[in-house]
Design a binder for this molecule. Sequence first.
Ligand code: DGY
Length: 436
Amino acid sequence: MNQLKKNAQAVLRGNWQNGFTIPCQGLYPFQWNWDSGFIALGWAHIDPEHAKQEIRSLLKGQWSNGFLPHIVFHNPSDSYYPGPEVHGAELSPYSPEIPTSGITQPPVLGFILEYIYMRLDTDPTFLDFVASVYDAVYANHEYFYTQRDPQQEGLVYICHNWEAGTDNTPVWDFIWDTFTVPQYDLPRKDTSLIDASHRPTNAEYCYYIHLIELFKTWNYEDARIAAESPFLVQDPLFNSMLIASNNSLIRLGKLLGRSAQVSQLQAWNTKAKQRFNEKLYDSELGGYVYYDLRGERKLSHLSSSSFTPLFAEIPSAAQAAAMIAHLDGGRFSGAQHERLLCASFDPTSSLFNSQKYWRGPIWINLNWLIYEGLLNYGAKDTAAQIRTDSIALIEKYGFYEYFECDRIKNETLDTGYGGNNFSWSAALILDLLKSQ
Ligand code: DGY
């Protein structure tokens, strides 16, 4: 275990860039929003000052309307497409001096601040740091509830698959089916850096780029996006992250005496949790699903995102039990536990692919969220299983981006999938090793 910890620390140190941490050399050479949150938690186990710097650096990319972009381009690099010139965020009157993207990612910062505070044994100097960034994180939540909830129902939308974090889940296939896009020239770099068969196709990338081109024609104006974007989805993972971050900002805000902000966060959360359960729970499937707000329909497929409401303490005990059953002898584990936890997409679906980016492989950040969520509901054995599986995969293969879930295939495999020396895999293993 000590060696594993040392190796994890070496990955984070190797990816540190003087103030922030890149997710992975070559493949992701800038600062990514939700990566940075998980990475900051990893840094808290090594050097809390780095954790603070990581968060400060991310916030340098915040827009004046509270929006927090998914990439902050602190540094030049030619190993990634699409770079700042494709995103064209400067078209928005709210964008900052520093180049950023114009789309966001799951809002993890609120709960990351609380986790770090807990992992540092409620260190008062870290609470001072929380006080210094609290308004910025709160402003990001305010942005979501005022700009991304057109029906004022407590659930916010995402307008791009990259905003989901689960970039290439098969669920998006149903959205791509609703519109056509031109063939773009795609000077992709990712497919020459790693096994191209593990990455999204060019046809899928044309959709990703097309959405950005549309947003640029609207100068990233939220009202235009809400009115016209063909991709407008209420995502269970994204909304769970926002609700969990609300929960944390409420508890931290009480410690900091922020009563007005705490009341507002409580009001957002009461409404959000109720609507989340009414709208996103699929009782036939026994889990939470995506809602296509443009097409006004549920997209009834289970994925690892379906279990993340456990992390935000949204499900009732009965709903939680239905979800735990999927992981414990059900379709995600297999009746004989022939699968490691937790596949990123329903392994019994015809759309499942155990090797392809978010279409089936195991991701350590989702495992961490589900592990913590299971503990919230007292499901200690299932939580222990997900922790054991995560550590075993990293011990066998190293700090890859994603992993095979099939036990038999793992017997003969000698590699993980995607990028190697991937920062959040290292950061969250440090956290899992700590929390027994
Ligand atoms: C990528 O390029 O695959 C990133 O995840 C998008 O942010």
